[in-house]
Write a protein of this length. Structure first.
Length: 309
């Protein structure tokens, strides 16, 4: 398992490092990065989420149990973070980054690792995980930015933000396509797939370009909080719910895997667009990507989950 996880994480870490290198050698002008972030947020990530949800092949798998486990564990950790926010002593924008670091996940790593572990069935299990968590975390994060971001929103503003947020809209559109069994038109499907694939490398390059190591000392406490939520609280909640619902075997492994993944590059893009602490978010993405190489195998081992059941 360790090698599978390491191979899944390596491209993510390499792209973050490349983004930092491109920024340092000034190969592209600084004005490129904000425009790239907007492209990822408004076009590429929505294409990724819509295509993934609309075309997922769920098969004869424990969809209900997995979805309940994933959604409920995410909401539990989100609620704990919000209730703890007065005692964390963080400014609102910093808290949004800690929150995203605790609940968001890198689905590229998840799909790659699940496929490496279980082949075609792993891809199907990963599709269920994405269908359950992607809309959940996007709605939760929009609400958190509305409450804690640099620009506070009224109830009407929150409703408007949810209704117009490109990531939320893409998630629900993809779920609607999945539920109605409508196929994505054959000309449009490869376009959406290509756009979605482009979101991952470009988003990670933007994360790397935003890293400011002069601020690394100020990151330590919030990075530790986000990583504790991600690699400890989230797996514990997921395991408890899995046992309660009787989820076992490969479905249980994949569910736990997705809830122990490092946070995604979309966290940084969202922080930049919605008034969060984007440099801190970039730091959390980078640190968790490295930590995940150790923490995911540890979580799986300590859980005692049987990979071959």
């Amino acid at each position: 398992m360790f090698l599978t996880i390491l191979l899944a994480l390596a491209p993510t870490a390499a792209l973050i490092a490349l983004g930092q290198g491109l920024r340092r050698i000034v190969l592209v002008h600084d004005s490129f990065w904000p425009q790239a972030e907007r492209l990822v947020y408004y076009v590429l990530l929505p294409a990724l989420f819509f295509h993934g949800l609309a075309t997922a092949h769920l098969g004869d798998l424990p969809v209900r149990e997995m979805a309940i486990t994933l959604v409920c564990s995410t909401c539990i950790v989100a609620a704990v973070l919000v209730m703890a926010s007065p005692w964390l002593g963080l400014p609102g924008p910093q808290f949004t980054s800690v929150f995203q670091g605790g609940v968001r996940f890198n689905n590229y790593i998840g799909v790659t690792a699940a496929q490496g572990l279980f082949g075609a069935q792993g891809v199907a299990l990963a599709a269920i995980s994405n269908a359950a968590i992607v809309p959940t975390v996007n709605i939760l994060c929009v609400l958190i930015f509305a409450r804690f971001g640099a620009v506070r929103l009224s109830v009407r503003g929150i409703a408007r933000q949810l209704a117009l947020n490109p990531l939320v809209v893409a998630c629900f559109a993809g779920i609607a396509m999945q539920l109605t069994h409508l196929p994505v038109p054959p000309v449009i499907e490869p376009v959406l797939r290509s756009l979605g694939q482009a979101s991952l490398p470009l988003g990670l390059l933007c994360v790397g370009a935003a890293l400011d190591f002069s601020a690394a000392r100020r990151w330590l406490r919030p990075v530790a909080m986000a990583s504790l939520a991600k690699f400890v609280a989230m797996p514990v909640a997921t395991l408890a719910l899995s046992h309660a619902l009787g989820l076992e075997g490969r479905a249980a492994v994949t569910t736990l895997l997705f809830q122990a993944l490092p946070t995604a590059s979309s966290s940084y893009i969202m922080a930049r667009q919605l008034g969060g602490d984007a440099p801190l978010m970039a730091g959390i993405v980078a640190v968790q990507t490295v930590l995940a190489a150790l923490m995911i195998p540890v979580v799986m081992t300590l859980s005692g989950t049987n990979l071959y059941q």
